[in-house]
Design a protein around this ligand. Structure first.
Ligand SMILES: CC(C)(COP(=O)(O)OP(=O)(O)OC[C@H]1O[C@@H](n2cnc3c(N)ncnc32)[C@H](O)[C@@H]1OP(=O)(O)O)[C@@H](O)C(=O)NCCC(=O)NCCS
Length: 197
């Protein structure tokens, strides 16, 4: 998906999902839509959020991503969720003190108990029009947890728009790559022989 399309998707209100409708996409019992899963939080970046270079510390942004991923997954699953993995954390441009950062999150893909949550961050100067820029994106894998701390099923995801299907397809690709990577490591592909005499 292009950066412009992604920005437009991130800006779109929940009730106005962009992309064309998917034929025959009708909600049945036990399902939820991508639109149902959307959440958004905003924070003003303050002086104590900065690193030695004067920009906002990557860890501050990561903490906010974790917060919005938790919010999105827990709202979608209607229960407690934990983070089990993070993929492709990207930092596109610096965030500065005084920026208002807005994090938008949605569920891209569900398994039995796991959900991939896609997060996009836009930063802007609150006192300047058209200053918004996409600064980060990343993908959190969250798992819904029961009272005993074990994984518990989540609602099936219904993709209503072509945009939803694109995100779902990309999430499936990330999952396949992750599994293939784990399998290759397990097979010992990187195990080197000891130093030769
Ligand atoms: C979440 C937890 C209970 C899952 O237990 P588990 O024994 O791995 O359970 P399973 O193997 O059945 O995996 C559960 C789901 O998580 C997925 N999963 C587990 N580890 C994963 C990882 N590293 N990356 C992506 N998905 C993962 C599995 O694919 C499975 O998905 P599915 O149900 O949709 O098919 C356990 O891994 C845990 O407690 N992890 C620590 C979580 C934590 O403390 N996070 C930080 C604070 S929030």
């Amino acid at each position: 998906m292009s950066e412009q399309a992604e920005m437009a998707a991130a800006r779109a209100p929940a009730a106005d999902a962009s992309g064309g409708p998917v034929a025959g996409a009708e909600l049945v019992r036990g399902q939820k839509t991508v639109a149902d899963s959307r959440v958004e939080i905003s924070r003003l970046m303050r002086p104590h959020d900065t690193n030695f270079a004067g920009n906002v510390h990557g860890g501050v942004l990561l903490g906010l991503m974790d917060e919005v991923a938790f919010l999105c997954a827990s709202k979608y699953a209607q229960g407690y969720c934990v983070t089990v993995g993070v993929d492709r954390v990207e930092f596109h441009s610096p965030v500065r003190v005084g920026d208002l950062v807005t994090l938008r999150a949605a569920v891209n893909l569900t398994g039995r108990s796991s959900m991939e949550v896609g997060i996009s961050i836009v930063a802007e100067r609150p006192d300047r029009q058209d200053s918004d820029r996409r600064t980060n994106r990343c993908f959190f894998t969250m798992v819904a947890i029961d009272d005993e701390g074990g994984p518990t099923p989540v609602p099936e995801l219904l993709c209503e728009t072509s945009e939803d299907l694109t995100w779902q397809c990309e999430a499936k690709l990330r999952k396949e790559l992750r599994v293939a990577y784990g399998a290759q490591l397990q097979a010992g592909i990187c195990v080197t022989a000891g130093p030769s005499e």
